[in-house]
Design a protein around this ligand. Sequence first.
Ligand code: C2E
Ligand code: MG
Ligand code: MG
Length: 691
Amino acid sequence: MQSFNLTRYFSTLSFILIVMAGGALGAHFRDNATRQLVADAEQRNVALTQVFRNSLWSRFTRHVELSYRRDDAAPRQAEDGGALRAAVVGMMAGTAVVKVKLYNRDGLTVFSTDPAQLGEDKRANAGFRSALAGRPVSELTHRNSFDSFEGTLSDLDVVSSYVPVVLADGRVEGVVELYQDVTATLREIDRTLWRLSLAVFAVLAILFLLQLVVVRRAQGILRQQSDALEEANRELDRRVRERTAELEAEVAERRGAEARLDHLAHHDPLTGLPNRLMFFEQLGKSIALAARAGRQLAVLFIDLDRFKEVNDTLGHAIGDELLVAVTHRLASHLRAGDALARLGGDEFICVVEDITDPREVGIVAEKLIALLSRPFGVHDHELYIAASIGICLYPGDGEDVATLVRNADTAMYQAKAHGRGRSHFYTAEMTVYAQERIRLEGLLRRAIEAGELELHYQLKVAAASGRPTGAEALVRWRNAELGAIAPIRFIPLAEETGFIGELGEWVLREACRQMVAWRAAGLVVPRVAVNLSVKQIERGHIIETVRAALDDTGLDPAALELEITESLIMNAEDALGVLEQFHRLGVHLAIDDFGTGYSSLAYLKQLPVGTLKIDRAFVVGIGANAGDEAIIRTIVALARSLGLATVAEGVDSQPQFDFLRALGCDEIQGYLFSQPLPADEFARKWRACAA
Ligand code: C2E
Ligand code: MG
Ligand code: MG
């Protein structure tokens, strides 16, 4: 910004004003002074003329031809003209008059101190005419050379006055022209003018300088203020810029946070796939599009088999990586348009759009299953999992998001029920089954209060002697509407719904209570085995529950055996820790369904387990399947080398019993000796066997 320079502005303006004022003042002064000078000179000339008329006029009228005419011959100077001139000069001596001329009424020069001018005609001269009319007139002129009666003068300022010669009767007889030398006066005026000008200039200059000081000071203050203002403006600008940048950053950050929140709200943080919420939105759109175009689409509900085992044995970090690897594999084999989402845990869901034949979807599902059954390399582990897929079609199996997803889920359960690593299309009957499950669950939750649960006990006998050694407690459910329901139907249901906690606790307490009751009645059953579900252990507090059951009933811990499935030991987090706590509690531990899992020998050695229960699946093969027999042989030999007892379950024929006894299996459990029986019947059976 070009700042306003007050000093320069003031100086220029003042200079111009001073010059103008000085000039105007000087001009005015000079004008006044010369006018005064001319007036004074004129006054003197008038006075001289008066003197001239009074003293010399009579001589003039005698010697000068006042009646002289133009057409006359050149006027003659009177014979004593020289004397007249001398008289005039004498009269003028001592005055400033340097020349005198006399004109008659006709304007002819009838006398002049310069004789050369005699006869000149001044009729047309304005001065002459004014004087003739009675008004004297004067004029200031500068002459470079002037013929005066004292000779030729140079550089002269003269005031020439035309003055009327008025007679006593008031008549104007002629006009005298007097030239008065005012050179000295005019020079004095000019000198005075110069001095005055100098004084004025000096005063103005001092004034100017004083004002300049003030103005400079003012300018300094102004500049300071302007600088301060500019600085303040710059500061303000800077702050505005800073604040703007801050605000922009804030806005960007907020937008980013919003975008992140939005992403989080709609995506699974682990795999980055859309989550349930977003999937439901996408599916809604896909349904709307399919409806408009009259097309079919399929919803595939994918559940990983054995994922839990990986998670439980190798830890959540590996489990998470496996899920990411699964996501990549699924995503890479789906079409770009097919929406894939993770619903949670090991459940994925995807939409295959634009289907003309449901068989296409079956092929897609089989491909995905094959894809997921290939091993996954996660860190140093080679992991084998599989997937079960439920398929549901729009519009055939449902027309809205909720129905389609629910039906695909139902179909997935059906696929699992048919054995893992399969796909299954939804059928209407499945919904009936699913509804049945819901009804069953409701009834089961009320079963304890309703007193519908009961424990049956199955005898275990020593293979060598056939004498009873203990019992396994097996839960039974008899409902008024449904009749007897097999554990294989309601135990998994209780596990899925979480009801297993209550149910398991009830079984434990009931078994302990029964044992104490038997003992009180004189029936000494050395040990009762109670099955524990993997979910009971996962829910926590199992140690406390067992301890409380023992404490509350007063049963000796050594009389309680807990049957834990082999898969539980391999899968449950910190299974070893839990088993050790059980061991410290003094209860016995048995591995149920042994041979079906994958327990490593090394791991087995660490466990505080006393018994291996050979699974019924192998016992069935005795006499028919050499492989099963080999497995049993191995298990027995293994148990012996580890110092463990063996129990064979599901023994229902003599050849099976003979085979097992010959091998050296310690105990036998099965229909061959007894079915699971209600407590009182079991007591009778026990007494009969023990006798
Ligand atoms: P499990 O623990 O392996 O129990 C043995 C199953 O084999 C019992 O079936 C029993 O009745 C049956 N069984 C015994 N001897 C024979 C035989 O000679 N032939 C045949 N065919 N079967 C025989 P159940 O009682 O139906 O129990 C099935 C499974 O349900 C049990 O397998 C166990 O895993 C679970 N279960 C039963 N009661 C409970 C319980 O109170 N708590 C828990 N967590 N699970 C239980
Ligand atoms: Mg069992
Ligand atoms: Mg078993």
